[in-house]
Design a protein. Structure first.
Length: 707
């Protein structure tokens, strides 16, 4: 809700609350005053009505006393005549009783059923049952009597021993009208409890008054009661019981005064209060609209400007069309908006620079050809670069939050975890190691992460570098150096050995041509064979150290391999369980290597495979193009494999696992030298009890094997 609306509702609420409180207080005071006035008025009117009632009682009693002392009335008994079973009076007697104001009179003979009943006023007074008209007193008295279910104020006297006179005043509406002069007053004389309760309601005090077994209270009053036809104030006065009534019911004089004048006054005052309140509210509303127009206009402009700032539009300015504090507020807002705009521009430039540097640094980290992760003191991974994720893919959606042990990498063992904890806790600065996992060689580095301002200490960086190619290259360089040294050594040694070997071999052959004993001939044969073996080794050394130049170098790989396989079959006795298979690719480019050297390489590899297989197994030779300028040759066997402990020494000269002089240890060294000399490459992969695969990579020449 807007400010001016809340303000208006607040003031209107205050005015309304004040009006309600004021109206309540005023109406409460008026109601209290009305009640006091109504009580005084009711009591005065009740006193007047009761006085008027008693006046009638005195009139009837006085009339009875006067009649009793009047000589003319004393002769009534002598003048009475009995006509048709009724007692009759002279007319002057009736005229004499009319002056008393009674409604009717009855003269009855107590010793006979005769009586005289005469109505003086036409008030619908009719009496048929005279059994209740009796008296046991000798003096005049006034009492209330119930005759034919009608109430009468009766004055009774005895004229003589057998004659009684009853003066009757009918208590009816005409009687009530003579009791009060107020147009607002209603009078009721009754003994009907139901009628009284219907008028007054079920008030506990009135119920107790009506149900009491003792003497009822002489006076009881009620105020502002709704009687159906309006609100009344009324009182009850006990007039005593009916004379001669066996039930003992009390008779009450009820006076009802309309409460309309008091309620009208209260209503008028309430209307005045509401009118004043309405005028005040209207005036406040108009004044508020005028005031809020002077205030909410600038405030609305200020709110609109704030909305633009929230939408990142800082270049705003609020028009200043106000005075006083509102003007100062708008000026302060404009100044603040200018500072915000300047700060925002500066901050945007800084953020762009920071973002660029962050992205640049992250790009560098993810571009590094090394796996990098950062772990906490608890070995929880907090960062991992792209190379690490690519090199060690996991089934997890993300590595962040995992424990270092959860990676289950062979390269990260308990030793690495232990040193990582020490470095993260500041117990040491760095640690490194080299581990070989399968064909891969990894360099592991651990070092402390340099802490930035505001960052908690205790981080460790784990860096994994794949140095397999580096190690392989170093091994190849070392092998090349060994072979190079061997070339120079073998060339000199070969020349020095060849001369004595030639002399020995010539003398042995000469001795064999001479007739000598058989046992001596066997010895010479053995000497000849061993000498030839030494010569063969020297020849291989010379071939190994000699660089071949010139001659044919464009070789059909598949054809060359088929010839080698054929020669190998002739030179070895193959068992039925030993097989060799060639899968040559069609359209294979020729290779740039002398044919004899390629045959020697293939022959050495096949002989090594045969030695690894023994009498059972298979050899699979596969050729395939690698791009358009390279050819690969794979020689695979399912033999016993090469132990990992000696795999790095297989190219060393004179290194052999064969026994009993079966090998010279130069086969793979010669293969390595030939491949290196012709720009090729040799790679060996082997697992114990699973076999060995040797892959040759040679540069392509001109043409194809099919041409």
């Amino acid at each position: 809700m807007k400010l001016y609306a809340r303000t208006m509702l607040f003031f209107l609420g205050v005015i309304g609350f004040q009006a309600l409180v004021t109206a309540g207080l005023i109406l409460g005071l008026v109601s209290r005053d009305n009640l006091a006035d109504a009580r005084v008025e009711l009591r005065e009117e009740s006193a007047r009505v009761y006085s008027a009632y008693n006046s009638w009682v005195r009139v009837l009693w006085k009339s009875a006393v006067q009649i009793e002392s009047d000589p003319m009335m004393a002769a009534l008994s002598a003048d009475a005549m009995v006509l048709s079973g009724q007692i009759r009076f002279r007319e002057e007697v009736s005229a004499r009783l009319q002056d008393t104001g009674i409604d009717a009179f009855v003269i009855r003979n107590t010793e006979s059923p005769w009586f005289h009943y005469e109505i003086i006023k036409d008030t619908n007074t009719r009496i048929y049952d005279f059994s209740r008209l009796q008296s046991d007193r000798d003096h005049p008295f006034v009492s209330l009597r119930m005759v034919d279910e009608e109430t009468y104020l009766t004055s009774t006297l005895k004229i003589d021993a057998g004659t009684e006179l009853y003066l009757l005043k009918h208590i009816n509406q005409d009687f009530y009208e003579h009791l009060t002069e107020s147009e607002r007053a209603l009078v009721l004389v009754t003994n009907d409890k139901a009628a009284i309760l219907a008028v007054a309601g079920s008030q506990e005090s009135l119920m107790e008054f009506l149900e009491t077994s003792g003497d009822p209270p002489p006076y009881l009053e009620f105020f502002n009661r709704d009687l159906g036809t309006g609100h009344y104030n009324f009182s009850f006065q006990n007039l005593g019981t009916f004379w001669g009534n066996d039930l003992g019911d009390s008779l009450y004089l009820a006076v009802f005064l309309s409460d309309a004048p008091y309620r009208s006054l209260q209503y008028s005052i309430g209307r005045i209060v509401l009118l004043v309140t309405g005028i005040t509210v209207l005036f406040t509303l108009l004044l508020g609209l005028y005031s809020t127009g002077r205030i909410t206009g600038p405030v609305n402009r200020l709110i609109a400007a704030m909305a633009r700032i929230r939408s990142s539009e800082y270049d705003v300015e609020v028009p200043i069309k106000a005075l006083g504090e509102v003007r100062h507020l708008l000026e302060g807002f404009n100044e603040m908006a200018q500072h915000l705009n300047h700060d925002r521009l500066t901050m945007d430039a800084n953020i762009r620079e920071i973002t660029f540097l962050k992205d640049y640094n992250e790009t560098i980290i993810h571009s590094l050809r090394a796996g990098i992760i950062v772990v906490s003191r608890d070995l929880i991974i907090e960062m991992a670069n792209g190379f690490f994720r690519k090199s060690f893919p996991r089934d997890y959606p993300d590595l962040i939050g995992l424990h270092l042990k959860d990676l289950n990498l062979p390269i990260i063992d308990d030793t690495v975890n232990s040193f990582a904890i020490q470095i993260a806790n500041g117990e040491r600065e760095a640690w490194s190691n080299i581990a070989r996992v399968g064909d891969m060689v990894w360099e592991i580095k651990l070092y402390t992460l340099i802490q930035m301002a505001g960052q908690p200490p205790g981080k460790c960086v784990l860096e994994l570098n794949d140095i397999s190619r580096k190690v392989e290259l170093e091994e190849k360089i070392l092998q090349a150096e060994k072979l190079s040294s061997l070339s120079f050594l073998s060339a000199g040694i070969a020349h020095e050995i060849n001369n004595p070997l030639s002399s020995i071999l010539a003398n042995v052959q000469n001795l064999k041509s001479v007739v000598i004993p058989v046992e001596d001939r066997d010895s010479l044969t053995w000497i000849e064979q061993e000498t030839q073996r030494i010569a063969r080794i020297v020849r291989e050394l010379l071939d190994f150290s000699r660089e071949t130049t010139g001659g044919e170098r464009n070789v059909d790989v598949n054809e060359c391999l088929e010839n080698v396989i054929r020669l190998t079959r002739y030179g070895h006795k193959w068992d039925s369980d030993l097989s060799i298979e060639l899968k040559g690719a069609t359209g294979l480019p020729r290779v740039n290597i002398p044919p004899d050297e390629l045959k020697q390489v293939a022959l050495n590899l096949i002989q090594n495979a045969v030695h690894a297989l023994g009498k059972h197994g298979s050899i699979r030779i596969t050729t395939a193009p690698l791009g358009s300028d390279t050819v690969t040759i794979s020689v695979e066997d399912d033999g016993e494999g090469i132990p990992s402990t000696i795999l790095s020494h297989i190219f060393d000269p004179f290194f052999t696992t064969k026994t009993n002089g079966e090998g010279t240890g130069l086969g793979l060294s010669i293969v390595y030298g030939i491949m290196r000399k012709n720009g090729g490459h040799v790679d060996v992969k082997s697992q114990e009890n699973l076999g060995t695969t040797v892959t040759l990579t040679l540069p392509a020449g001109e043409g194809s094997s099919d041409g």
